[in-house]
Design a protein around this ligand. Structure first.
Ligand SMILES: [Zn+2]
Length: 120
């Protein structure tokens, strides 16, 4: 079972990678501050599933790790962000990077013997 540090590290890696790639594809300049903020926030978001479902036992995974809920909700939030005219390009990519960071937690937990619960 991956521990909190692993989830934070992978969340930071995936979130920051998404942010950099999305900006580079669209020829956007990136500052160190943006990368730092994205990495820091993505690391925290990498823990959200275990904050919702505290890892107090091997069977702790519930709604925060729900395969069905996350596979429905995360793409909807991603698209809501993409279509939101109140956000600029950088804000959209930042928030979508946080979704990617949360997804990294689920991907990592899905490789464990307990995998992810279908619903709760
Ligand atoms: Zn977890």
């Amino acid at each position: 079972m991956a521990n909190g540090k692993t989830h934070m590290a992978l969340g930071a890696l995936i979130g920051t990678s998404n942010y950099i790639i999305q900006n580079k594809i669209n020829n956007q300049e990136i500052t160190f501050g943006e990368i730092f903020l994205t990495a820091l926030t993505s690391a925290g978001i990498g823990l959200i599933a275990d904050i919702i479902d505290p890892p107090t036992s091997p069977n702790h995974r519930s709604i925060g790790h729900s395969l069905l809920l996350n596979s429905i909700i995360l793409p909807k939030i991603w698209n809501f962000i993409e279509d939101n005219n109140n956000l600029n390009f950088k804000q959209k990519k930042f928030y979508q990077s946080l979704i990617a960071a949360h997804g990294s937690h689920l991907a990592l937990d899905s490789t464990t013997p307990r995998r992810l619960p279908l619903l709760v």
